[in-house]
Design a protein around this ligand. Structure first.
Ligand code: RB5
Length: 144
């Protein structure tokens, strides 16, 4: 059984709930790292927490805030995290194939729930191609 880690701020809370049910209906185990209400909170706290969990478990993570921008900036401060903010299924497939992204970022105020589900499915079902793309990922790491 594959496990997926989820976290959002208040702006992404409703989308997180929907995606959690969506993932469970597809047979994934889901660990919800919060937030647990629509009460205002700070996205960096949730994003750092999820990234630590991704690092420790090796599981794929999904982060949601209003635009997806704040969580993606935060997540990419972690050297082991390759976070991709995706607005289409093609973004999600290429983020996996070419960038081996291990965290998907979504903007709940930008992307409809149905499309978000399709983006999640595309991200989770696509594998990294390796080869020349691995060389480029190694070059990213050399900067850290
Ligand atoms: C919260 O209002 C909003 O700023 C946050 O969800 C996110 O969009 C930040 O990038």
């Amino acid at each position: 059984m594959r496990t997926v880690l989820l976290a959002s701020d208040h702006a992404g809370f409703e989308m997180k709930k929907t995606l959690l049910a969506h993932l469970e209906s597809r047979g994934f185990d889901v660990v919800d790292h919060g937030t647990h209400s629509t009460e205002s909170c700070d996205y960096p706290v949730l994003a750092h927490k999820l990234c630590e969990a991704v690092k420790h478990t090796g599981c794929t993570g999904i982060l949601i805030c209003g635009t997806g921008i704040g969580v993606s900036i935060t997540a990419n401060r972690h050297a082991e995290i390759r976070a991709a903010l995706c607005f289409t299924e093609l973004h999600a497939r290429l983020a996996r194939r070419h960038n081996n992204a291990n965290v998907l970022c979504l903007g709940a105020r930008m992307t409809g729930t149905e499309l978000a589900g399709a983006i999640v499915d595309a991200f989770l079902e696509t594998r990294f191609e390796g080869g020349r793309h691995q060389r480029r990922l190694d070059m990213i790491q050399q900067r850290t």
